[in-house]
Design a protein around this ligand. Sequence first.
Ligand SMILES: Nc1ncnc2c1ncn2[C@@H]1O[C@H](COP(=O)(O)OP(=O)(O)OP(=O)(O)O)[C@@H](O)[C@H]1O
Ligand SMILES: [Mg+2]
Length: 393
Amino acid sequence: MGTMEIVIEELKKIDTFTELSNDDLSALAEICTPIQYPPRDIIAREGVDASSLFAFIKGSVGIWVDYDTDNADLLAVRDAPCLVGEMSVADQLPRSATIVAGPSLSGYSIDAVLFRNLLEKRGSIALSLMKGISRLVRLSNNSFVSELRASNAELLQANKELKAAHKQLVRQERLSSLGKFSSMIIHDLRNPLSVIRGYSDLLELKLEGKSESLHKYATQIRRETSRLSGLTSEWLDYSRGEIRLSYTPVKMEKLFEQLKESIEPGLKAKNLDVSWNINFDGTALLDLDRMLRVLVNLSDNARKACKRGDSIAFTALSKDGHLLIKIADSGEGMGKETLNHVFEPFYSTSERGGTGLGMHIVKTVVEAHEGSVDISSKPGAGTTITISLPLRL
Ligand SMILES: Nc1ncnc2c1ncn2[C@@H]1O[C@H](COP(=O)(O)OP(=O)(O)OP(=O)(O)O)[C@@H](O)[C@H]1O
Ligand SMILES: [Mg+2]
């Protein structure tokens, strides 16, 4: 093979030239000058007018922007056989990138002026070049689109995280301002409440056997006042941000008796089918008031979740050194969203304006007792909440 044939064979390996006729290829081969570059040699510089394009046959080149600066970016590595630098020869604009030699780079340089003359004479070469450039544009377009998509997805994720952080911040802000004012307000609320409670006790006593309806009203006032004072205690615990327990030995009998007393009127009013399975009659070391509040909160939620005629079952038993208390209702149950947030302060789905502190207090109190709360719930089927407390006696 003569030198010319070798050049033609080599040019054919380049995508852009594959489809050219031998005639076109030999015209092209005539303006090719063999070249060889040592690694890292700068073949063409960004921003400089193009005096030639390159048909590389062996090795590879790096295409860089802002080469030699702190912002240097490697756009692509092109493996031979490939045509490089054809764009700025075609559009006669300065190079858009710097071309740097990789290892054992060799091929041909083609003079820009001679190449453009050839394009004018031979439409088929111009067409091949156009196809080659379109291919390149499409390729980089696709890679830009996928990069754009990837960074878009990252942005969306970041935005989501930012929103969640913002929500958390708003909640914390709310908590801290609440914390500052709560103790003060509660302090002021407790005194009038205990006076009302005292007088309603007195009224209830005095009306007993005298007027049934007035007696009933007095009972109602006393009960609701107790509830209010329970609420103020919750707020007080909450605003302090920590719970200091006062442990006493508590007989189960007593715990459930007190629980029944405070919740039964509400349960009866809704005509719920309530069952008690207290299979543990021992004593546990608990903070009685707080644990009662936990059970009242849970019963309250169960009652709110139930329609008339639904059922609530209370179970207590001891297992592996733990006291397990279960409250199972056949009410509306919880969806995934509610389950995810149920313990968060101020999370409430209640349409009648729940504060959303009930479950938060349940968890805080139970965990202060070194116990745990477990929820199993299914929308439409009901909810079972199990609290487990270490039996220390
Ligand atoms: N047994 C249950 N069945 C169905 N949903 C429940 C149950 N217990 C809790 N939830 C859901 O969890 C939410 C949070 O409960 P939580 O007791 O903290 O607040 P609340 O009852 O809405 O208000 P409050 O502060 O007055 O108790 C409720 O709004 C409800 O959506
Ligand atoms: Mg509640």
